[in-house]
Design a protein around this ligand. Structure first.
Ligand code: BTN
Length: 270
């Protein structure tokens, strides 16, 4: 089976570049933007050899997993562009719900697959990481931004020994190919990108994201470069910052960091 876009993505003007294997779909999208590509365009592969993760970590995507990036050229500020990651999280969660429902219908099971969104934009199955999102942006001529939303999903295999334990769709009983999942994701992206509406729809995106948030109201420790903020995960604000309420009642906004919940929050805070 080959990678194809869903009908709604095609109708919305998205184009597709599919690769048998590539270093990084994010790197490819940014390099095309520098060469004049104006999108919107998807870059997809089922094998990435130099994948990039958040906070300069590598992202391991062996053959059979899904690695894809969307290139959008938009005239919004970098701060507004950053909120697109929450739309991507919702699109990804919706695509995973769809394949989860189809898998349980096929196996005549009644299990409702539950996924949650971990700030800033991971998708968890239970407590384990199933997918991650990396947003990268570069200024283009004419005050426009090239925004690349990179999405990696563990379809057949999860990396070992990661900071957050990881799982794959196969390991949780969802037997789907990267190609089928990609077509659904392209549809969901089109829907949530429209809802995001150059940041004007972030209020609704934020509301839906919070409904699916992992660890809301729970103890949390966030590593932000050199320091750790520990407290309770209160909410996300209207710029997408995580708000942590400390034991003294202070509400601290956090724009980037690694998040630990539950017992890992105490370990992480140490
Ligand atoms: C994370 O660290 O959780 C984010 C991982 C993002 C990985 C995806 S795979 C497709 C795209 N290309 C990359 O090089 N990275 C992103």
């Amino acid at each position: 089976m080959a990678f194809t876009l869903g009908p709604r993505a095609k109708a919305a003007g998205y184009r597709l570049a599919a690769f048998d294997s590539i270093g990084s779909t994010n790197a490819e999208a940014l390099s095309r933007a520098r060469e004049g590509e104006r999108g919107p365009m998807w870059f997809v592969t089922s094998e990435q050899t130099a994948g990039r993760g958040r906070r300069h970590r590598p992202w391991i995507a062996p053959r059979g997993n899904l690695a894809c990036s969307i290139l959008e050229i938009i005239d919004v500020s970098p701060a507004v562009a950053a909120t697109l990651g929450f739309a991507a999280g919702l699109a990804l969660e919706a695509a995973l719900q769809r394949v989860g429902m189809e898998a349980s219908a096929r196996s005549a099971g009644s299990d409702d697959m539950k996924f949650s969104l971990k700030w800033p934009n991971d998708v968890l199955a239970g407590q384990q990481k199933l997918a991650g999102i990396l947003l990268e942006a570069e200024a283009m001529p004419g005050e426009r931004l090239a925004v690349v939303v990179g999405i990696g999903i563990n379809v057949v295999e999860a990396p070992q020994a990661t900071p957050t334990p990881a799982t794959s769709l196969k390991a949780i009983g969802i037997d789907v190919g990267a190609e089928e999942l990609f077509a659904i994701l392209s549809e969901m992206w089109t829907e949530f990108r429209d809802l995001w509406d150059r940041g004007h729809g972030f209020g609704e995106i934020r509301r839906r994201w919070l409904e699916r948030a992992a660890g809301l109201g729970q103890p949390v420790a966030v590593h932000t470069g050199g320091s750790t903020v520990a407290g309770t995960f209160d909410t996300i604000d209207d710029t997408g910052c995580m708000i942590v309420r400390t034991p003294s009642g202070e509400r601290i906004p956090i724009s980037a960091g690694d998040v630990y919940f539950g017992s890992a929050a105490s370990a992480g805070a140490a």
